[in-house]
Design a protein around this ligand. Structure first.
Ligand code: LLP
Length: 417
C-alpha cells in the first residue's frame, strides 16, 4: 500500500490532496505520512518478533521531534551519533534504555551527557575512545556500558560514500583485532562490556552482505563466549535499501528470515538500526516551478527547492523520482530540474524526462523522508523548509518554515567591527 497516490489525477498524501497542504503552508515543503512511518516500524518489530529485540531508529535519517515522538509511542528506540541526537531522542521521550550511541568522534562533553542520561550502550569505534570512555565514567563514579563496533570488511555493494564496513573506512575496529580489544575492555574498571555492534553501509539491496557480516560477527561472539565474556546485545546496524527508482530491496521480513536461523539457541537481544527503510518512503518534498527556461540542448525547470533542501542528488548523484502534483495532459520534455542556488551542482534531477510543467505548478520529489530535511542547510541564506505530518484526513505543521530572522539568530556583531 502506497500512501502517496493519485486519485483522479491529483496526488494525495493519505486522505489529503497534496496541493491543499502546499497551498496552506507554501513550498518547499516536506510532507510525511504517519501511516507509512508506522507501517515501516511495525514491519521491523514484527519481523524480529521471535527474538528479544529493540528497533532503534537512526535519527540521522530524520530527527523531526513529531516523527520521533510518534515512533517512541510505538515502542521504538534510537540510534544516535551525537549529543544533539541524544537530546532529541530524550525530548521525544524515547527511553534512555533504548538508546545506542555510535560515531567515531564522541567528545568528552557528549560522553558525559550520554553517561548522565544512562543510555543502553556506547558503540565504541576505537581503542582510544574506549580508554577515554572508561576514564570519564571513572571520574563520574559510574560504569559505562559498551559494545565494540567491529568492521567486518564486507563490501555492501552500495555507493562508496555510504558504505562503511570495509577495512579502508574510518568506522569500527578491524574484526581480527576485536578480540584483543575486548580483552582490554574487560580489564577496565569503569566499563562494562555488554554487546557487539556492526553496520556495513546504507541503501543495501541484497541480503548476502548482511548474512556474511553476521557470520563473521558470530564467530567472534563464540570466541568471546569461550573466553568468558558475556555478550548480551548484538546490534546488527541498519542499511536496508528502499525503492527510489526500480530497486527491489529485501524487506525487514526477508532480513529477519535470513538472519534469525543463525541466531537460534543464542541468548542475545538483537538491536536493529534502520533509518532510510523506515523514513525514506514516508516523506516527499513539494516544490513549486518558478521558471521554465529553454536551453539549446535541454530545458531547465527552475524550482524553489535547492540542494540546501535536498542534497542527495548533488552529493551522491542520487535518483529521486519527480512527478507533478496535479497530472495534466502534457507532452514530455527532457529537462534538468534545478534549484535557485548559485552552484552548477544544484539540481534535483538531470536530463530527466518529465511532463512539461508550467510556472506556478507543484512538483513532488519522492522518497525524500530520509536524509532529506536532516541534511538540509541554510546555504545561500535560504530559510529551511516547513514540515507537515499527515495522518488520515488530518494534517498538521510539525516544523514552521524558518524566517529571515532565524538566519541571523546566532550572529554576533561586536561593537569593534
Ligand atoms: N547505524 C549506523 C551506525 C549508521 O551509520 C547508519 C547510517 C544507520 C544505522 C542507518 O542506516 P540506514 O538504515 O538509514 O541505511 N546520507 C546518506 C546516508 C548515510 C548513512 C549513514 N549511516 C544518504 O543520503 O544516502
Amino acid at each position: 500500500m502506497n500512501f502517496f497516490q493519485y486519485r483522479n489525477g491529483r496526488l494525495y498524501a493519505e486522505e489529503v490532496p497534496v496541493s491543499e497542504i502546499a497551498s496552506a503552508y507554501g513550498t518547499p515543503l516536506y510532507i510525511y505520512s504517519a501511516r507509512t512511518l508506522h507501517r515501516h516500524f511495525r514491519a521491523y518489530d514484527e519481523a524480529f518478533d521471535g527474538v528479544p529485540h529493540i528497533i532503534c531508529f537512526a535519527l540521522k535519517a530524520n530527527s523531526s521531534s513529531a516523527l520521533l515522538r510518534s515512533l517512541a509511542k510505538q515502542g521504538c528506540g534510537a540510534d544516535v551519533v551525537s549529543g544533539g541526537e541524544i537530546f532529541r531522542a530524550l525530548k521525544a521521550k524515547i527511553p534512555s534504555g533504548k538508546i545506542v550511541y555510535a560515531g567515531v568522534g564522541k567528545t568528552e562533553e557528549e560522553i558525559r551527557y550520554a553517561l548522565r542520561s544512562r543510555i543502553l550502550m556506547f558503540n565504541v569505534e576505537s581503542e582510544n575512545e574506549l580508554f577515554e570512555i572508561d576514564r570519564i565514567a571513572g571520574s563520574m563514579k559510574t560504569k559505562a556500558p559498551i559494545a565494540l563496533r567491529v568492521n567486518p570488511d564486507i563490501d555492501p555493494g552500495t555507493h562508496p560514500y555510504i558504505s562503511t564496513g570495509l577495512r579502508k573506512h574510518k568506522f569500527g575496529i578491524p574484526l581480527e583485532d576485536a578480540f584483543e580489544y575486548y580483552k582490554a575492555a574487560r580489564k577496565l574498571r569503569n566499563t562494562e562490556v555488554v554487546g557487539i555492534h556492526k553496520h556495513i553501509g546504507s541503501q543495501i539491496t541484497r541480503l548476502s552482505p548482511f548474512v556474511d557480516a553476521l557470520k563473521r560477527t558470530l564467530s567472534l561472539i563464540d570466541e568471546l563466549c569461550v573466553s568468558g565474556a558475556e555478550i548480551r546485545y548484538l546490534d546488527i546496524g541498519g542499511g536496508l535499501g528502499i525503492t527510489y527508482k526500480d530497486e527491489e530491496p529485501p524487506v525487514p521480513h526477508d532480513l529477519a528470515e535470513s538472519l534469525l536461523p543463525m541466531l537460534k539457541g543464542r541468548r542475545l537481544t538483537i538491536i536493529v538500526e534502520p533509518g532510510r527503510s523506515i523514513a525514506g518512503n514516508a516523506g516527499i518534498l513539494i516544490t513549486k516551478v518558478l521558471y521554465m527556461k529553454a536551453g539549446k540542448e535541454k530545458d531547465f525547470v527552475i524550482v524553489d527547492a535547492g540542494m540546501n533542501d535536498l542534497i542527495r542528488p548533488s552529493f551522491y548523484g542520487a535518483y529521486h523520482h519527480i512527478q507533478p502534483v496535479e497530472k495534466r495532459k502534457r507532452r514530455n520534455i527532457l529537462a534538468d530540474v534545478v534549484g535557485p542556488i548559485c552552484e552548477s551542482g544544484d539540481f534535483l534531477a538531470k536530463e530527466r524526462e518529465i511532463p512539461a510543467v508550467r510556472q506556478g505548478e507543484y512538483l513532488a520529489v519522492m522518497s525524500a523522508g530520509a536524509y532529506g530535511f536532516s541534511m538540509s542547510s541554510n546555504y545561500n541564506s535560504r530559510p529551511r523548509a516547513a514540515e507537515v505530518l499527515v495522518s488520515g484526513k488530518d494534517f498538521t505543521l510539525i516544523r514552521r518554515r524558518e524566517t529571515y530572522s532565524d538566519l541571523t539568530r546566532g550572529d554576533i556583531v561586536p561593537p569593534s567591527v
